[in-house]
Design a protein around this ligand. Structure first.
Ligand SMILES: C[S@@+](CC[C@H](N)C(=O)[O-])C[C@H]1O[C@@H](n2cnc3c(N)ncnc32)[C@H](O)[C@@H]1O
Length: 468
């Protein structure tokens, strides 16, 4: 550990590299200059092998991948291709510090690999856990039938829960937000359904139902359909919770059946030895030093999605946060953060922050905090990877208030500050149907294609660092 810190210290001073085993070998550092890194990106051509244009939504939502919508999730085919490129061993360990809805983790489990990771978002953790746990199809079928039978009884039961009972179920402090998003009728019905879900004793089955419940919340509310900003639509006819839930449970059941078939028996029988995921910060992975073969991840973007806001319907119904505004502060890329006591290391990042400072002091502080946080994430990636292991960060560049936010270039430079060799940069097109393509120029957030006033670049990069 002492050597590790020393190594990084020397690297950051820009001149030398000292081997982490002992302090014998001293070599010239291989950190590219900022100019060289930028040039690398300027001359990069799109690699069409990484567009996955031929895949249909049924392919990208195969197995358990279609359990829950999630902003900026990537497609399993991308993770599969990176695994094919870089993993030769049958006993690999794959990590994702920003699991989101678990695309990397599910893919690792389907291959029979160990999978570890974190997400600060409690609902993301729940999704990842449920999506990566194959459930015996016959057993799940029986549990779903029992559950639907109880729902049918509730649906015909015209004695709704009283306001007091609802308040016992949902935390008092969230009632106001629930009234903001839901009609009185759907609030009552959803409350009744949630109570039946909590009656289920077996944790994984209860969580399976909770994920289904969480997924239908948006449709059952007056949240503007398809909007990535929390906006109310007073003209919307919210879905009937029973109909929406039944339909979605059937879809999830089909997904589980297909996933169950691909996961190796050994993993199904000993899932606890293979799946190691936590609610937590990307800078603290739940694994020892030097044990991971491959990291495949996509980080949050600075001020693009406020994940805590976007999942507020699930957060309030499932009572996942005491205080929403406190909860937001732990998220990387949030606009609720700034540092006075930490310094940027990437020169490309410093330049972006300087440019933004001329437009908005507040935004420049947010961008600075984001890149500082990400530097610490890369330090953690370096700690956990084996020698010869790689980290692959999927990231796009953006533009905010007329300033180019060169996320990928900063990541490429920062990875080297963390001790990685910059192994490869892949430039890929994002097929139109998969990701929102436009950003609001003022806020930098992804926006509906119709109401944004600025184009997001329909390309992104996979920035790959090698730990030698
Ligand atoms: C782009 S998404 C990841 C999507 C994921 N690749 C998928 O396929 O679903 C970024 C994730 O970072 C998470 N996040 C934000 N701040 C974090 C932090 N400090 N530690 C861990 N995760 C964080 C967000 O909750 C979000 O789920």
């Amino acid at each position: 550990m002492k050597n590790f810190n020393y190594t990084k210290h020397i690297i950051r001073n820009g001149d030398f590299f000292i081997s982490s085993d002992d302090n014998i070998r001293i070599m010239q550092a291989r950190i590219k200059s900022s100019g060289d890194t930028l040039h690398l990106f300027d001359t990069k051509r799109i690699d069409s092998d990484w567009s996955f244009i031929e895949f249909k939504p049924s392919d990208t939502a195969k197995w358990t991948h279609g359990y829950h919508r999630y902003p900026a999730k990537f497609i399993p085919q991308l993770v599969e291709k990176l695994i094919d490129e870089y993993i030769a061993s049958k006993n690999a360990h794959i990590n994702d510090p920003f699991m989101g809805c678990g695309t990397t983790i599910v893919t690792a489990i389907s291959h029979g690999f160990k999978a570890s990771g974190t997400d600060i978002n409690k609902i993301a953790y729940l999704m990842t856990k449920v999506k990566s746990t194959p459930i015996n199809p016959d057993y799940l079928d029986r549990k779903i039938k029992e559950f639907l039978l109880r729902l049918r009884f509730l649906e015909g039961n015209y004695l709704p829960l009283s306001g007091e009972q609802i308040e016992l179920l949902i935390s008092q402090r969230h009632i106001e937000r629930i009234d903001y998003w839901f009609t009185e009728e759907n609030k009552i019905e959803l409350g009744k359904i949630l109570r039946v879900i909590y009656d289920e004793d077996e944790e994984i089955i209860r969580d399976f139902f909770l994920v289904a419940f969480s997924h239908v919340l948006k449709n059952c509310s007056i949240w503007l359909q398809g909007s990535t900003k929390p906006t109310r639509d007073f003209k919307k006819e919210p879905a009937n919770p029973y109909v929406a839930l039944r339909k979605h449970l059937r879809k999830m059941q089909r997904g589980n059946d297909a996933f169950y078939k691909v996961v190796p028996e050994e993993v199904k029988n000993n899932l606890g030895d293979y799946l190691n995921i936590k609610i937590g910060d990307a800078r603290k992975q739940p694994v020892p030093n030097d044990c991971v073969d491959l990291i495949v991840s996509s980080s949050p973007y600075v001020t693009s999605y406020e994940y805590a806001d976007l999942h507020q319907l699930s957060t309030i119904w499932l009572n996942l946060a005491n205080d929403l505004s406190e909860y937001k502060k732990d998220f990387i890329g949030t606009s609720y953060k700034k540092y006075n006591n930490k310094k940027l290391e990437s020169k490309i990042a410093m330049d972006i922050v300087d440019q933004m400072y001329k437009k908005s002091n507040k935004k420049s502080k947010e961008i600075e905090a984001f890149f500082i946080d990400m530097q610490e994430v890369f330090d953690e990636s370096f700690r956990i990877l084996k020698s010869g292991g790689r980290c692959c960060y999927v990231i796009g560049d953006t533009r905010l208030k007329g300033v180019d936010i060169l996320n990928a270039e900063v990541f490429a430079e920062s990875l080297q500050f963390s001790g990685f060799e910059l192994d490869k940069i892949i430039k890929r097109e994002i097929p139109l149907k998969i990701l929102p393509q436009k950003r609001d120029e003022q806020t930098g957030r992804f926006a509906n294609n119709n109401d944004a006033n600025s184009e997001a670049y329909p390309i992104e990069y996979i920035v790959i660092g090698l730990k030698e």
